[in-house]
Ligand binder design. Structure first.
Ligand SMILES: NC(=O)c1ccc[n+]([C@@H]2O[C@H](COP(=O)([O-])OP(=O)(O)OC[C@H]3O[C@@H](n4cnc5c(N)ncnc54)[C@H](O)[C@@H]3O)[C@@H](O)[C@H]2O)c1
Ligand SMILES: O=C(O)CC[C@@H](O)C(=O)O
Length: 526
């Protein structure tokens, strides 16, 4: 497995790749897009920060790529839908730099309040501007925190330690949660009205892009100070400039910009504007954290398939994976068996989880069913990342339901598939800890190990049917490893399930089909 590190990554992360078994790592940073595109097909994994642009064009050339790992949080530089379509897992390291970034926001607030950058710059120019650079205390001032996620909540906590009053606006966090954490919850309008400082910690989304604009500034307190260490573009820079010019905003600190690096921003003319070149996450500690995290995650994924912190597939840790594994195997095998039993384009797939699954999140099992079912249609284009997207793209309706009743079993997964031509149902269970079985095919009850070369035979329930199958296979030197007769739920028909040591060749299948008591023979590879 080959890993390419295309942006600056903490040395420890590179060492971890070098020491990992079965992994080779190349570090090649600052490559122009065309050069990166020319070499990317050699790599199974790509490690980035914010500089490398993982575009659809790059992904198209990345024919071996399995995973992109971002040492950090933001994935604005990755075309996630294009990665998902190609089955490339996209992971980030969402916690490694949150403390560092929160501290940067606090540092910005203090620097603004006490004119530290201007004091440094003017003193170095030989000026002693003691009177001009008088600051203000943050003690007892109100800090408005927009976005109470990982970073916003740390900023709020640190500000509380500095004896500020903290008000929070986050439409996706309940006021109870905010109050439980010891802060005041506010509407955005109230936050604007009350805050002496406003710090923004939201992701860049359709709704947050430009949210701090002329209209927002108009609602703010005169003399407010603004900090953005989240993402460029959340604050409208032209509107900020106007608000600073008018004196509404008396200080602003940006770590992130609409365009990075910013070119000739008019904000640079303003004495009370301070800035850093996207340094929010740039501490030794944070870079060590994210380098270790991304290396661990990618090594784990390449070596064991464990998915952690992926944004385009449910995360399955090694531990959870161990618990889910029998159900994942069962789901995949049920999908694979179903694909061999049906004909016609798929319209609907209904998956029912019945009985006791020990509280496990079963969405990866649904994905495994889809993967097994769609594999024959799209071959190696499908994997556990893009299976749900492929189903959706094909207009297949996928539903999942859960119920307590598992008939005679502890747990039961039922998959019903409707195509334009037919419908079919399978049920499967896991016996003990790790023993997947198919227990029903349409109306027929059986106990089939979903593995190996097999066949399902519909026969007439008359003496001699089973004997004639055994003789035909024996004459052709095909050993039967397992044979079972499945009974129809309500009715008197049988099916025979066979597992053979070797595949049954086409001419032998024809001989079986020609036997007088045999109706159909469906060969299976599971
Ligand atoms: N400057 C840097 O170097 C740096 C480093 C790390 C993270 N970041 C950025 O910081 C931001 C916050 O990161 P995080 O890890 O705390 O993210 P997070 O996902 O943990 O938290 C974001 C919060 O924003 C809230 N939110 C979403 N839409 C909102 C809206 N319209 N109004 C108010 N709140 C809203 C969400 O409910 C969530 O609680 C992100 O933009 C991230 O990219 C920047
Ligand atoms: O890698 C960086 O320095 C950017 C970090 C930050 O913006 C992030 O999204 O994690």
């Amino acid at each position: 497995m080959k890993v390419l590190v295309s942006d600056n990554l903490g040395e420890i992360g590179i060492q971890m790749f070098q020491e990992a078994e079965g992994i080779e790592v190349d570090v090649n940073t600052g490559l122009p897009p065309e050069e990166l595109k020319a070499i990317i097909s050699d790599y199974d994994a790509l490690v980035i920060r914010s500089a490398t642009k993982v575009t659809e064009d790059l992904l198209e050339a990345a024919t071996n790529l399995k995973v992109v790992g971002r040492a950090g949080i933001g994935l604005d530089n990755v075309d996630i839908p294009a990665a998902t379509k190609r089955g490339v897992v996209v992971m980030n390291t969402p916690t490694g730099n949150v403390v560092t970034t929160a501290e940067h926001a606090i540092a910005m607030m203090l620097s603004l309040s006490r004119n530290i950058p201007r004091g440094t710059a003017t003193l170095k120019q030989g000026k002693w501007e003691k009177k001009k650079l008088q600051g203000r205390e943050i003690f007892n001032k109100t800090l408005g925190v927009v976005g109470f996620g990982k970073i916003g909540s740390i900023v709020a906590d640190r500000a509380r330690g500095l004896k500020m009053r903290v008000v929070i606006y986050d439409p996706f966090v309940t006021p109870e949660q905010i109050e439980k954490a010891g802060f005041e919850s506010a509407t955005l309008a109230d936050l604007y009205k009350q805050a002496d400082y406003i710090t923004v910690h939201v992701p860049k989304l359709k709704d947050t892009l430009g949210m701090i604009n002329q209209e927002a500034f108009a609602q703010m307190k005169d003399g407010v100070m603004l900090i953005n260490c989240a993402r460029g573009g959340i604050v409208n820079e032209a509107d900020l400039y106007a608000a600073m010019k008018s004196g509404k905003v008396v200080g602003a600190a940006l770590d992130v910009f609409e365009t990075e690096p910013p070119e000739n921003s008019p904000l640079f003319e303003m004495d009370n504007f301070i800035c850093t070149p996207h340094l929010g996450a740039s501490t030794k500690e944070a870079q060590t954290n994210v380098a270790v995290a991304v290396a661990e995650q990618i090594i784990d994924y390449l070596q064991t398939g464990t998915v952690v912190n992926a944004v385009n597939v449910p995360s399955v840790t090694g531990d959870l994976l161990e618990k889910l594994r029998p159900y994942l195997t069962l789901g995949d095998r049920m999908g694979c068996l179903m694909a061999q039993l049906i004909c016609g384009p798929l319209k609907e797939i209904a998956i029912e989880y019945m009985g006791d699954f020990k509280g496990l999140d079963l969405s990866p099992v649904t994905t495994a069913v889809l993967q097994g079912l769609l594999t024959p249609m799209v071959k190696d284009m499908i994997n556990s990342v893009n299976a749900p997207v492929m189903a959706k793209d094909r207009g297949i309706r996928v539903t999942e339901t859960a119920s307590a009743d598992a008939e005679d079993y502890t747990n039961l997964i039922r998959v019903r598939v409707v195509t334009t031509d037919m419908s079919a149902t399978l049920a499967g269970t896991v016996f003990g800890k790790n023993d997947p079985r198919i227990v029903k095919i349409n109306n027929f009850r059986l106990e089939m190990i979903p593995q190996g070369h097999s066949a399902i035979i519909h026969n007439q329930d008359k003496p001699g049917a089973i004997g004639s199958i055994g003789s035909t296979l024996g004459e052709n030197k095909i050993n039967i490893g397992r044979m079972q007769v499945g009974q129809e739920d309500e009715g008197d028909r049988n099916i025979i399930f066979l597992r053979t040591d070797t595949p049954i060749p086409e001419d032998v299948l024809e001989k079986l089909r020609a036997l007088p008591l045999i109706n159909t023979v469906i060969p299976l590879e599971l």
